[in-house]
Design a protein around this ligand. Structure first.
Ligand code: FE2
Length: 385
């Protein structure tokens, strides 16, 4: 059996990689970029720095900075109109997961038309949109190296998973120096998201030797460095490890898929506007506990790769240490419970059947080593209280 691996054509990795953007555009033959980003990137000067580098090469990109966190169908519409009506030959997607996910959707809709709902899973999008050069500023969603985007349908409050080579950026500039000033909350949320990608792709039923190697490397990088980056954002070594770990975790899950945590996380995010990494963090300990019996050796490998168990530990001991670590990590990184986040218990419980249905419909739970039924999904949701 073989596995098809899909990657960006160019990855520029390391300190100040984003400054190589003129060279990357030149090697792709692109001259008329549209930068898609958000207001924060503009305010912090990240956008103007890229514009300055490009101006030195006589490239003067337009900017669309109206992307929003957890993008929706309507939030990307102005970007689609701008991309469609301008004479652009590529998109520079700058920011965290939301601007990059927005750019992926805009790149396809601008070129091929239709509604975002037309492109949601189980359709596989093989069309190529405007080429995307992704510059992530968090570590991270891994969106710079995945063939996925997530756009919320605000009419149904559904987070639509969209899949296919059409969403894979043509280039990714993986520059940890862009993460040095990230606030600690964002560092924690995006870092746990990356850790979840690595764990889920390693235990996924679609795991393969290629994704395993990326996932284990990601866990080795993220395990010892997430707390360091959270407590001291200026720790360059920790930031570098987190950035590379996040990208490798992205490669792993783009090629092996995520599983139950992500399947259950999207409905919480859509209904209660919990940031993606945070809803993953809330779920990760409970889902791991539910899943371990179906893949004890795999989860033990995760514990060892993260550095919380050693080779002498039995699978059972390693799994116990993994569960303790995931709880301790949430504690140290101040991950709120749903109640602390401000979710009303009654509203959450009223929505359990809908959330369970949406979680299962996303397809991700089918990749889990232990595939839950709807009542088991609801049971796990209840454990968060
Ligand atoms: Fe994620």
């Amino acid at each position: 059996m073989s596995t098809q691996v899909i990657l960006p054509r160019i990855m520029q990795v390391g300190e100040n990689a984003s400054q190589e953007i003129p060279n990357v555009l030149a090697s792709l033959g692109c001259k008329r970029p549209l930068i898609i980003t958000d207001k924060i990137m503009v305010q912090l000067g990240y956008t103007s720095r890229i514009q300055d580098h490009l101006a030195n090469h006589m490239i003067f990109p337009d900017v669309f900075d109206d992307t929003v966190p957890e993008p929706t169908v309507s939030s990307i519409q102005a970007g689609v109109d701008k991309a469609r009506n301008g004479d652009y030959d590529c998109i520079i997607a700058l920011g965290g997961g939301s601007p990059i996910d927005s750019a992926k959707a805009i790149a396809i809709l601008a070129k091929h038309g239709g509604k975002m709902q037309d492109y949601k899973f189980p359709r596989v999008v093989i069309e190529s949109g405007l080429p995307i050069i992704a510059v992530p500023t968090t570590a991270g969603t891994g969106s710079e190296v995945t063939r996925f985007t997530i756009i919320t349908d605000e009419k149904s409050d559904e987070k639509m998973l969209c899949v296919g080579i059409g969403f894979m950026p043509v280039a990714a500039l993986i520059d940890f120096s862009l993460t040095l000033s990230l606030p600690s909350r964002t560092t924690a949320d995006t870092g746990i998201d990356a850790l979840t990608h690595a764990i889920e792709s390693y235990v996924s039923q679609k795991a393969n030797p290629y994704s395993d190697s990326q996932a284990l490397s990601a866990m080795r990088l993220i395990g010892p460095n997430l707390r360091r980056a959270y407590h001291d954002g200026s720790d360059k070594q920790a930031r570098e490890a987190m950035m590379l770990g996040s990208t490798l975790a992205g490669i792993a899950f783009s090629n092996a898929s995520v599983a139950l945590v992500h399947g259950m996380s999207r409905p919480i995010g859509a209904a209660f506007h919990v940031p993606h990494g945070l809803s993953n963090a809330m779920l990760l300990p409970s889902v791991t506990e539910f899943s371990i019996p179906a893949a004890p050796e795999r989860y033990a490998d995760c514990a060892r790769a993260m550095g919380v168990a050693n080779e002498q530990d039995s699978a059972e001991q390693a799994n116990q240490k993994l569960l303790e670590e995931l709880v301790a990590l949430n504690d140290e990184l101040n991950v709120p419970t749903p109640a602390q986040f401000g979710i009303k218990r009654q509203a959450f419980f009223d929505l359990l059947p809908t959330m369970a249905e949406q979680a299962l419909a996303s397809g991700s739970p089918n990749n889990n080593p232990r595939v839950p039924k709807a009542d088991e999904v609801m049971e796990i949701y209840k454990q968060l209280w």
